[in-house]
Write a protein that binds this ligand. Structure first.
Ligand code: CAA
Ligand code: NDP
Length: 291
């Protein structure tokens, strides 16, 4: 199937990044969320990040307005009937994702593909909520989407070959590299990355080091571009916890138990950058460690 008209459902940090790269690649993009305030914020973030790329010479300044014009922000799923592909990128919450697929089922045209940007949840199980599991696939983009080269592609047990091929063609057209992961909890990247982040939270929780020491140690000691706690704040502590819970429940191994401190921060609403506070406080010019 040829894909030209795409919708991105969920205009958070990932949905905004996905819409950004699709528009730069020339696709006709509808960006959907719950209200215009979020959509306005998303378009402003996309414009800022495109300017960043232009400043680095990765795209031309002149390309920005044309790309932004290819993104149509909408509230509600009703107008998605002409879409060839919908990429869902709402919270890492299975019930929410399934509810959105059920609503999409009433508006999408026959043969339309649904892809989920889930970080960890079973693609096979999510597909079962759509009624067209053969046209459902996992397309796991990496954060920040405009910068990261990888997209994990995950087939559900029922995903058909044309859907899989259409997904690979899209990844190629946006200039990224596909890695194929089998449909196991958290796939490849987060099966490895999130336990490392969780271990960094345990290191803080047990008092082995403070926030600054832990992040400095891994940036300078393991050459990580961001310390694990800085990265957790960047990802979103709610998403980090959701992925650890999927691993813990899905693999039934105590080594994936989410650190109690991570649970506490999420319960407090300290979700990292997106709420202004996590392991760092982002409310002043420079991030300040909070422990
Ligand atoms: C749950 C999951 O599924 C999680 C996943 O996505 S798995 C992948 C997780 N992501 C990572 O591991 C990324 C690790 N970090 C990095 O690679 C680098 O720090 C980075 C690429 C994010 C930035 O690289 P850098 O050379 O420092 O870029 P730099 O010019 O200094 O930009 C730093 C800032 O710009 C952001 N940034 C840079 N270019 C960007 C772009 N085009 N779009 C969006 N953000 C951008 C950085 O995130 C950071 O944010 P703030 O400006 O808000 O502080
Ligand atoms: N954060 C990361 O590093 C990565 C995350 N992912 C995955 O991407 C997905 C999104 O994560 P992320 O962007 O970080 O999350 P965010 O919290 O940044 O954004 C989630 C977005 O979903 C919106 N939303 C919630 N309910 C609905 C709905 N019913 N209809 C439309 N939009 C809705 C939210 O709007 P509102 O705020 O109004 O509720 C918000 O804009 C998750 O599945 C996550 O696992 C994948 C790779 C990396």
């Amino acid at each position: 199937m040829s894909i030209e008209r795409i919708a991105v459902v969920g205009a958070g940090q990932m949905g905004s990044g996905i819409a950004h790269v699709l528009a730069i690649a020339g696709y006709d993009v509808v960006l959907e969320d719950l209200n215009t305030e979020i959509l306005d914020k998303s378009i402003a973030l996309i414009r800022k990040n495109m300017a960043r790329q232009a400043a680095r010479g990765l795209i031309q300044d002149a390309d920005i307005e044309a790309a932004i014009a290819r993104i149509k922000p909408v509230v509600g799923l009703d107008g998605l009937g002409d879409r060839d592909l919908v990429i869902e990128s709402v919270f890492e919450d299975e019930a929410l994702k399934r509810a959105i697929y059920q609503e999409l089922g009433t508006v999408l045209k026959p043969g339309a593909i649904i892809a989920t940007n889930t970080s960890s949840i079973s693609v096979t199980r999510l597909a079962a909520a759509t009624g067209h599991a053969e046209h459902f696939i996992g397309l796991h983009f990496m954060n920040p989407v405009p910068v990261m080269q990888l997209v994990e592609v995950i087939r559900g047990i029922a995903t058909d070959d044309p859907t899989y091929q259409a997904a690979l063609d899209l990844v190629k057209r946006i200039g990224k590299t596909a890695a194929y992961a089998e449909d196991f909890p958290a796939f490849i990247v987060n099966r490895i990355l999130l336990p490392m982040i969780n271990e960094a939270v345990y290191t803080l929780y047990e008092g082995v080091g403070n926030v600054e020491a832990i992040d400095t140690a891994m940036r300078l000691g393991a050459n990580h571009p961001m310390g694990p706690l800085q990265l957790a704040d960047f990802i979103g502590l709610d998403t980090c916890l959701a992925v650890m819970q999927v691993l813990y429940e899905g693999l039934a191994d105590s080594k994936y138990r989410p650190c109690p401190l991570l649970v506490k921060y999420v319960e407090a609403g300290w979700l990292g950058r997106k709420t202004g506070r996590g392991f760092y406080d982002y409310r002043s010019d420079h991030p300040v460690p909070t422990r």
